[in-house]
Design a protein around this ligand. Structure first.
Ligand code: FMN
Length: 212
């Protein structure tokens, strides 16, 4: 375990604290992410369960600003900025933007096509979801912050990243990551403060013992 997001050196974070400190953030400092740290985060993200060990997920790692700008448009960044939730350019200014993808072709490679016939649920999406969460948690564990932006224009993302046009690769989300922007503290406080904690469901709200 490493340091708290934005407070490197403040001591290790247990998994419980890590889970409680993670927030969807909308601003990043200009500090670059070293290749070593980035690769370590990406490697962590592969250590997740997957249906039949298909490992049916991929990551497109974007550092090029032109491509980030296209992703910002695909993720409707303007709307966040206009609503006061984000600083303009939060996606372009993120040192790294990762697009976790579900690889339906890998799933079909093992179980046959069409994928829907061979899975009770879209397991390729579930597997990719696991890897996206691992990616984000690993970033936090290493002192970074990261977000999951799922509402996006698929066509624009496919275009920006040259994804295959046959639907075999499904972009799950846009995950900007980097070091925390201290000037984003108002948004951070809103997302992590008492009110936000009060809104978080308690175990008794979601638990069903022995029956529904
Ligand atoms: C499937 C999914 C899609 C999401 N899409 C978006 C999105 O498009 N934009 C956004 O700002 N947050 C998005 N989020 C983040 C949630 O809004 C956020 O996790 C939730 O409000 C709880 O806040 P927290 O992550 O800071 O605890 C998404 C989260 C998930 C799991």
């Amino acid at each position: 375990m490493q340091s708290r997001p934005g407070t490197e050196g403040a001591g290790p974070l247990s998994l419980g604290r890590l889970l409680r400190r993670r927030r969807n953030v909308y601003g990043f400092s200009s500090r670059r992410v070293s290749q070593r740290t980035l690769l370590s985060i990406l490697e962590d993200a592969t250590h997740v369960p997957s249906a039949g060990f298909t490992q049916d997920f991929d990551f497109v790692v974007v550092r090029d600003s032109g491509t980030k700008a296209k992703l910002a448009s695909a993720a409707h960044e303007k709307e966040y900025v206009n609503a006061g939730h984000a600083r303009a350019g939060f996606l372009v200014n993120a040192p790294v933007v990762v697009v976790p993808c579900a690889n339906r072709a890998k799933f079909e490679g093992k179980y046959g096509a069409p994928a829907e016939r061979n899975a009770r649920l879209p397991w390729w999406l579930i597997d990719s979801g696991f890897s996206a969460l691992a990616l984000i948690l690993s970033a936090y564990e290493k002192g970074l912050v990261a977000s999951f932006i799922g509402a996006l224009d698929d066509r624009q993302v496919a275009e920006a990243l040259s994804l295959p046009r046959d639907g075999s690769i499904v972009p799950l989300a846009i995950v900007p990551m980097g070091y925390r922007d201290r000037h984003e503290s108002a948004v951070w406080r809103a997302a992590s403060g008492k009110e936000a904690r009060r809104r978080r469901l308690r175990p008794e709200d979601v638990l069903h013992w022995d029956r529904w």
